[in-house]
Write a protein that binds this ligand. Structure first.
Ligand code: ATP
Ligand code: MG
Length: 416
C-alpha cells in the first residue's frame, strides 16, 4: 500500500472531504477545523505536515511510519471521505509517465496484476494535454515498461489515477474510506446519556459525526451495580473519544430515586418514571455544561420504554431538544454500525445496568402522561434531583482511556 514520494523519502496521502466543500461562505471555517483536527490526531507521529490546497488536503509523513497507521488516524477525522497514499511528481508528462511505470512495476511484485487502466484528471486547466490524452500517453508508457500487462478499461485488476495539478501531480491507486460528516466542533455541544449498551455509543458517534462535541452522563445504582460496570462505561467512552476527542463524563447514582419509586409508585411505572428522572437530571447537567441538547440511543419499539406512548411521556420530561439519531434504525443496522466504529465488543460485555435493578415484571407499554404525573406528585422529585446532581462524579475521558475484559464470573459480584 505504501506509496513513496520518490524524491524525498516521505510518504504522501491525499485526503478528500466531501460535504465540507459544499459549505459556501462557511467553507474556509470548515476547512480550517478539518485541518486542525487532522493535525491534532497526527501529532503523535511527530514530523507530519498537513497542508490544504485547492479542495484537497495533503499529508506528508516520514517513511518510517506505517502507512496503515496514518490512514487509520486520518480516517477517524469527521469530514474526511477518503484517503489515498500517493506519489508526488512534477507536473510534466515524462515525470508522470516514469512515476506511473515505476509504480506499476512495484505493484506487480506485490500482487497478481494482469490488467490495468489509467484514469486522469486535469485539475490545472492551463496544462496543455487534456485528461483523456494524459491517460492514453501514461497508459502507453506503462505498457512499454511492463510488457506482460494488458489494458482493460472495464474491469482492470489495477486502476491508477493521475491527478494533474498546478506544479505538482499525484499518482495513486487505493482509496480508503473515511466516515464523512462534518469536522468536530462545528456544531455545538450535546450531552449523551451513555449506558453500557450497544445503542447509546452509536447515537453519540452519529451526532459527533455531524460536528457536535459531546459530553456524557452515565447513571448507575451503586452498589447494586458494580464498579466494574462503571469501568465498562468508561472503556466505551474511551472508544468514543478516539473520534470525539477528550470529554467529560458525569457519573450519577440513581439508587436513592429508585428506592423511593419502589416505595411510593406502581411497579409497572418504575421504568418510565426512572427514564423521566434521567431526562430531568440530564437537562440540568446540560444547562450547567453548555450543552444545547440531549442525545439518547432510543429506538422506536425496541423495548417497553420505547413504544410511541412511552417515548412521548419520556420526551415530556425535558424542555430542551432531545436528539434520537437511532430512532428509525433496525437493530441489525445499529449492531453493524457499532462493529464498524469499534464499540460493539465492549458493549456486549455482561455487566449490569441501573435499569435492570428493580426491573418491573410487566412494565407499562402504553403509559398515560396524567397517570405518570400523578405518580410523580407523590415523590420528592426536586430534592431527589438536587441530591443526584450533588452526588455527580466527573471523569475525564481520553481516547482509549481504559480497557476492560469480559468478566466470566457473576456480573453481580458486588450485589449487597
Ligand atoms: P442502550 O443499548 O444504549 O443501553 P437500550 O436499548 O438498552 O439502549 P434503554 O435501556 O431503554 O435502551 O435506554 C434507552 C436510552 O436511554 C439509552 O440509549 C441511553 O441513551 C439512555 N440510558 C439508558 N440507561 C442509561 C444509563 N444507565 N445511563 C445513561 N443513559 C442511559
Ligand atoms: Mg440499556
Amino acid at each position: 500500500m505504501a506509496m513513496e514520494n520518490q524524491n524525498s523519502g516521505m510518504q504522501i496521502f491525499i485526503v478528500r472531504y466531501g460535504e465540507v466543500a459544499l459549505k459556501g461562505l462557511n467553507k474556509p471555517y470548515f476547512e480550517r477545523m478539518l485541518v486542525e483536527r487532522m493535525r491534532k490526531l497526527l501529532r503523535r507521529f511527530g514530523d507530519v505536515s498537513v497542508r490544504r490546497s485547492d479542495g484537497l488536503v495533503f499529508v506528508y509523513a516520514d517513511n518510517r511510519h506505517r502507512s496503515e497507521d496514518i490512514i487509520g488516524e486520518i480516517s477517524k477525522v469527521f469530514g474526511v471521505t477518503s484517503i489515498s497514499p500517493a506519489t508526488e511528481v512534477e507536473s510534466d508528462m515524462d515525470a508522470i509517465c516514469s512515476a506511473a511505470s515505476e509504480y506499476m512495476l512495484e505493484r506487480m511484485k506485490r500482487g497478481d496484476v494482469k490488467t490495468f487502466k489509467v484514469e486522469a484528471k486535469r485539475a490545472d486547466k492551463s496544462f496543455p494535454v487534456p485528461s483523456p490524452d494524459i491517460a492514453r500517453v501514461v497508459g502507453a508508457e506503462v505498457l512499454k515498461r511492463c510488457r506482460e500487462l494488458k489494458v482493460d478499461v472495464h474491469d482492470p485488476d489495477c486502476r491508477i489515477y493521475v491527478n494533474l495539478r498546478k506544479g505538482r501531480s499525484y499518482i495513486y491507486e487505493d482509496k480508503f474510506p473515511g466516515f464523512g460528516g462534518l469536522p468536530l466542533g462545528t456544531n455545538g455541544k450535546g450531552l449523551i446519556l451513555l449506558s453500557g449498551g450497544i445503542d447509546s455509543p452509536v447515537a453519540a458517534f452519529m451526532m459527533a459525526k455531524r460536528g457536535m462535541r459531546i459530553e456524557a452522563v452515565h447513571f448507575h445504582s451503586y452498589p447494586y451495580t458494580s464498579k466494574r460496570a462503571q469501568e465498562k462505561v468508561e472503556a466505551l467512552a474511551g472508544l468514543l473519544a478516539v473520534y470525539c476527542g477528550r470529554f467529560e463524563m458525569h457519573m450519577i447514582n440513581l439508587l436513592p430515586i429508585q428506592e423511593q419509586l419502589v416505595e411510593r409508585c406502581p411497579e409497572e411505572e418504575m421504568t418510565i418514571l426512572l427514564r423521566r428522572f434521567m431526562m430531568k437530571i440530564a437537562e440540568r447537567l446540560a444547562a450547567r455544561t453548555g450543552c444545547a441538547m440531549l442525545i439518547t440511543g432510543e429506538n422506536l419499539g425496541q423495548v417497553a420504554s420505547q413504544t410511541a406512548e412511552a417515548l412521548t411521556v419520556t420526551d415530556e420530561a425535558a424542555k430542551i431538544p432531545v436528539m434520537r439519531p437511532l430512532i428509525a434504525l433496525d437493530k441489525v443496522d445499529i449492531i453493524d454500525k457499532a462493529r464498524d466504529i469499534g464499540t460493539y465488543e465492549t458493549s456486549v460485555l455482561p455487566y449490569e445496568d441501573c435499569c435492570t435493578v428493580f426491573l418491573p415484571k410487566h412494565p407499562a407499554t402504553k403509559p398515560k402522561l396524567a397517570d405518570i404525573l400523578a405518580s410523580e406528585s407523590r415523590l420528592d422529585a426536586s430534592s431527589l434531583i438536587e441530591a443526584a446532581l450533588d452526588s455527580a462524579e466527573t471523569v475525564i475521558i481520553r481516547p482509549y482511556n481504559r480497557s476492560i475484559e469480559g468478566d466470566h464470573g457473576s456480573s453481580r459480584d458486588t450485589m449487597p
